[in-house]
Design a protein around this ligand. Sequence first.
Ligand code: V47
Length: 366
Amino acid sequence: MKFKDEFLEKIERKVENGERISEREGVRLFETDDLTGLGRVANHANVMKNGDRVFFNINRHVNPSNICINRCQFCAFYRKSADEPGAYELSIPQILEKLKGDVAAGATEVHIVGGLHPDWTFDNYVEIVRSIHTHFPSLHIKAFTCVEMDHFSRISAKPLEEVFEILKEAGLGSMPGGGAEVFSPRVRKKLCAKKISGERWLEVAETAHRSGLKSNATLLYGHIETVEERIDHLSKLRQLQDKTGGFQAFIPLSWHKEGTELEQLLSIPGATGIEDLKMIAVSRIFLDNFDHIKAYWVMLGKKLAQTALWFGANDLDGTVVDERVTFMAGGKTDRFATIEEIVHLIRSAGRVPVERNTLYEPLKIC
Ligand code: V47
């Protein structure tokens, strides 16, 4: 069947032949108005890699504290200090209590990410990991972004390699993909000047991979970034993946604006549903060396995340339970998904639901 946008024929041929697309072609894909054609090519790219299986896992997010020294303008989650309204700090017993029910219900993963707390020491973070691992040894601990790992290295005056060794010994299994935002120095200077640079984020990820830790990668889009900057970001991830092979999944994060400083400074609508689908599709086509593209239902909404399964995504994340970064920025979707609900979303999209563990080993075909 012919495409409305003839350019997509060339891209489809490249996908079929396993040829990589260029940055220029990536930018051009964002410009197409042939959404269904773009989806068709991305779906093809996904099916060639993953067949008709779609992954999910039984997981639980824990955000130990929202007190953070970075103060990023796109974020509504952080608080500057403990006495600000809405600030919180979870104790280790509170974290363990939260996890108890989830583990009993079959959770295989805890996903931990939080603020760079001004007073917590590296040992405090290590103890969170160690306590979880001691109480729930079967739970995979996917914790701390590259931004947090860099922070630990600075506050402990230890090289990254040692930080990773200590955390692995305490029970760390892998790392989530947050904190990448957009690598563009222009965007970072405007939105998150205190955060580590894009180069440093990539350096931390590379060191993690060389230390034997798998990690994910993200891109925060739908604010002031250009499509060229999105593609530059994807290109840097693709280059690093060529070197290490340590990334498991790529997760595009659709910016939520409510309550952020950025919303007050500029009137930005945020990404539309069409842009969300294009972002998933272009990522699938461009990142030919990533096995998995995750449609994170918490940010996309469940129905759009399901639709994304025909635009190149092969993973819906998991049951999540109590994620706070999105909800503090006005997220409107449910706060958790049941296993039955995720299975239904995947099956009714005409795909085969597969429960996985964090390292993408299939556990159960549902
Ligand atoms: O690091 C912050 C982003 C990230 C907002 O690795 C925002 O499996 C949207 O990284 N609107 C945390 N995004 C979430 C994250 C993640 C989520 C799901 C799965 C995985 C994984 C990773 O969310 C932050 C930041 O980049 N973020 N504020 C906001 N207002």
